[in-house]
Write a protein that binds this ligand. Structure first.
Ligand code: ACO
Length: 329
């Protein structure tokens, strides 16, 4: 549905921790190799939060940059949506902490736990509130501190993920002047907790000696199943989103940075050349809900957004969940 009040992106921000964890370092931690990681995933290094560095702090840094970019004061933020599965606490919401850290006393907000699809779902949610006139300035923050839930003795997962944050300030298009929101979608298929999850720490398996001993407080993933799901869902979601438009209108595809092989396979299925796809997974790994806003931020910084052309973001992740947001830049 087209917006009642057109919505745009007024500002983008990012934050990545200083510490780089290279494949060479991982070679010393688990039985892996730089060659294996690069060939299977395209990842060369990832960032890892400093000791004691909080997800809320990383999110707040990205949020502050997005606000400065938009020229919007924190006091004028109406809503903070924090997309994360690695928030500071199970509750309260990390959105509350971010609003506090950036000094946004008038903002409401909540967390969105759609895993790697989080930012896309958050952006779509923001657009609904702005288009109806309910809120004017909505800050969507994607942040993950995945290093806190990775088992650095499990080579099948620890090499793939990293920490970071990205943020976007959405407002009405007149004031934003760019990034017109055209459409969004969100899908999910439950019954897949065994495919990709953090098994314990929720109310199904609370914390106990047993859950700690069985290493159930770390990410578990069935890589091959995720791979198949991701390629097919990515391609289907992108095709549906682009169906109403001429393919030449696509300026840039900014996918969830899941795995270079997945991105390349899906791009081939959709028929989008790699020079119109933004990739930064080599430097950050998979940062889940932070990956799309971090990629959007860098794509704009590198001058990859083409005025008047479409920018398509597609994401998919645990749940299983998936979705897209489409903008005209
Ligand atoms: N280093 C070296 N060898 C490894 C590593 C590693 N880091 N990890 C696994 N292997 C081994 C396996 O143990 C296996 O050995 P075996 O044959 O002796 O049993 C062998 O490599 C092949 O394992 P597979 O799992 O079959 O490898 P595959 O080619 O499928 O690649 C990968 C694994 C990269 C995880 C792939 O399945 C994949 O890309 N899946 C998608 C998962 C993903 O990207 N998840 C991101 C999060 S999900 C999301 O964001 C939606």
């Amino acid at each position: 549905m087209k917006s009642l009040i057109p919505v745009g992106i007024a500002g983008l921000g990012h934050y990545v921790p200083e510490r780089r964890l290279t494949n060479a370092e991982l070679e010393k931690m688990v039985d892996t190799s730089d060659e294996w990681i690069v060939q299977r995933s395209g990842i060369r290094e990832r960032r890892v939060a400093a000791e004691g560095e909080l997800a809320s702090e990383m999110g707040a840094r990205a949020a502050q940059e997005a606000l400065a970019d938009a020229g919007v004061a924190p006091e004028d933020v109406d809503l903070v949506l924090c997309c994360t599965v690695t928030g500071d606490h199970l509750f309260p919401a990390t959105a509350c902490e971010i609003a506090h850290l950036i000094g946004a006393p008038h903002a409401g907000g909540w967390d969105i736990g759609a895993a790697c699809s989080g930012f896309v779902v958050g952006a779509m949610t923001a657009a609904q509130f702005i288009s109806t006139g309910a809120y004017r300035n909505v800050l969507v923050v994607g942040v993950e501190k995945l290093s806190a839930i990775l088992d650095y003795t499990d080579r099948t997962t620890c090499v793939l993920f990293g920490d970071g944050a990205g943020a976007a300030l959405f407002t009405d298009l007149d004031r934003a002047g760019r990034g017109e929101y055209l459409s969004g979608s969100s899908g999910m298929r439950g019954g897949n907790a065994d495919v990709l999850s953090l098994p314990a720490g929720g109310t199904r398996f609370g914390t106990s000696f047993d859950t700690v001993e069985k290493r159930m407080h770390f990410v578990r993933m069935q890589g091959r199943q995720v791979y198949r799901f991701a390629v097919n869902t990515f391609a289907e979601t992108a095709e549906k989103a682009l169906a109403p438009y001429d393919r030449d209108e696509l300026g840039l595809l900014v996918p969830h940075q899941v795995n270079l092989r997945i991105i390349e396979s899906a791009a081939e299925q959709v028929g989008v050349p790699m020079d119109r796809i933004f990739v930064n997974i080599d430097r950050y790994g998979n940062t889940s809900a932070a990956s799309v806003p971090l990629a959007l931020y860098e794509a704009r910084r590198e001058g990859r957004m083409v005025d008047g052309k479409l920018v398509l973001c597609v994401a998919f992740g645990a749940g299983l969940t998936w979705g897209h947001v489409l903008f005209r830049w």
